[in-house]
Ligand binder design. Structure first.
Ligand code: AMP
Length: 456
């Protein structure tokens, strides 16, 4: 038996060794007796959340649905580390807020300058350069990213994304395939109000000419821009188009459009992408102001917008081509295309549309044992090994309390063992739903009888 301990600490599931004393920072382990009467109650940091059941079940299911769409299309799971040399992200995103202002970066105990990943495309490209898999290389991922953002609904400091990346293919119909995977995934979740926006950023030279035109235009309208956008303009004129701040809207509406700067090759690529989407029957809207900030993004760019969230948080995901990224990370010139979808924000969209509800997990069987609990230990194990989900009550509680727990569990049947049943070598099967009668069976035949009740 464990020594009795202050209830609150026990409830937190912490061992004495992992306990930190009040006042911040890890301290030497303290004995239970030395913990003050009201120890600090730790909570998650701002922008970070615990995801408890049933929401956590939904999260897992979400990833399973994503897997069921992308695996049959030839994409294979990659699990990159959550922390990398900060240079991986800096190399590709120096001009973005995500990297320049929001990245969790620090020096580790070995003196390495590392960062918690703010996104996974850079990690996937770094992995490609490191391992040189054969192309086309089709990868999918699911996992958390970290950005020091201002927390609000749909915007957190730790958030999950699922995504795909394909390296080594230039074909515009691949862009259509990648976009279609995202679209089919939203369909599989049951979302009906997602809008697909597409655009082309052109070839690097087209883009460079466009950036200069934008710079000139916004500089001429400097007084009408918000202070934040004036700052963004200095770093990256394209990003000004991304501003969701209302006062910037009229200036942005009058800005030059990328389409006017597209080369013939880029226009042909974009035409083929749209042809592919049309052929697949995927509805989209060409949004001439849709951009991505990184210099390595070119040609196709797209975004999935949710129909219900606030406009600042309505992007459920986005992606595009980034043909220069692998090279920027020290690899050979390699085309790439992919997307990332925000799990948290997509689930909020599901809430708003009333679809993809959290799966409720209930046991098949609840074991009630009033003889001390050893029978329940054996029977639950036997049931679980036979493939049933089985739960039980603990602490040798009264029959009434255990039956209450059985009903609350949502189980379909209770298996009851009292002193009489133990003595007779039997168990009682009691249906908890519907109006079936309870009946006693020999313990040795329990599984056969349960099967008849549970799998009619
Ligand atoms: P990005 O990598 O910035 O293109 O983001 C892709 C998607 O990830 C967005 O459309 C969001 O759904 C999600 N996302 C990005 N940042 C956050 C955040 N701070 N909190 C929650 N979701 C986010």
């Amino acid at each position: 038996r464990l020594p009795s301990r202050p209830r609150r600490l026990g409830a937190l599931g912490l061992s004495p060794r992992s306990r930190f004393v009040q006042g911040g920072g890890p301290a030497a382990p303290v004995a239970w007796s030395a913990v003050s009467a009201s120890p600090t109650e730790f909570h998650t940091s701002p922008g970070m959340r615990d995801i408890l059941a049933p929401e956590s079940n939904r999260w897992r299911r979400f990833v399973e649905v994503f897997e069921s769409i992308v695996e049959p299309a030839g994409y294979r799971l990659i699990v990159p580390p959550m922390m990398e040399d900060a240079g991986v992200f800096k190399r590709v995103g120096e001009a973005t807020d995500v990297v320049s202002k929001e990245m969790y970066e620090f020096t580790d105990l070995g003196g390495r300058h590392v960062a918690l990943r703010p996104e996974q495309t850079a990690s996937v490209c770094r992995a490609y350069v490191q391992h040189r898999p054969t192309t086309p290389w089709k990868a999918w991922y699911a996992g958390p990213n970290f950005r020091y953002e201002k927390p609000q609904r749909g915007r957190y400091r730790q958030f999950d994304q699922v995504g795909v990346e394909v390296l080594g293919v230039d074909d515009p119909y691949l862009d259509a395939e990648v976009i279609a995977l995202g679209w089919r995934f939203f369909e599989a979740l049951g979302l009906r109000r997602v809008e697909l926006l597409v655009n082309s950023l052109g070839e690097p030279a087209d883009r460079a000419r466009y950036v200069e035109a934008l710079r000139a235009y916004f500089t001429a309208h400097l007084d009408e821009l918000t202070a934040e956008s004036r700052q963004t303009l200095e770093r990256n004129p394209l990003r000004v188009l991304d501003s969701k701040r209302a006062p910037d809207a009229p200036v942005i509406a009058g800005a030059p459009q990328l389409a006017e700067y597209l080369s013939k090759e880029a226009a042909a690529h974009f035409d083929a992408v749209r042809e592919g989407l049309d052929a697949l029957g995927i509805p989209y809207r060409v949004e001439p102001r849709l951009v991505r900030g990184l210099d390595y993004y070119l040609r196709t760019t797209f975004e999935f917008a949710g129909g219900t969230l606030d406009s600042a948080q309505n992007a459920l995901g986005g992606g595009g081509r980034y043909d220069g990224l692998v090279e920027a990370l020290g690899g050979p010139p390699t085309p790439g295309v992919g997307f990332a979808l925000g799990v948290d924000r997509t689930l909020l969209a599901c809430d708003d549309e009333g679809v993809f509800e959290p799966p409720v997990h209930t046991p098949d069987v609840f074991v009630v044992d009033t003889t001390g609990g050893l029978e329940a230990l054996l029977v639950t194990e036997e049931l679980r090994r036979a493939g049933y989900s089985a739960d039980r009550a603990y602490d040798n509680r009264s029959m009434k309390a255990q039956m209450k727990a059985a009903n609350r569990s949502g189980a379909r049947v209770a298996v009851i063992i009292g002193e009489d049943e133990r003595a007779a070598g039997t168990a009682v099967i009691r249906p908890l739903r519907g109006d079936g009668e309870q009946f006693a069976v020999p313990r040795s035949d329990l599984l056969t009888h349960l099967e008849a009740v549970l799998k009619p």
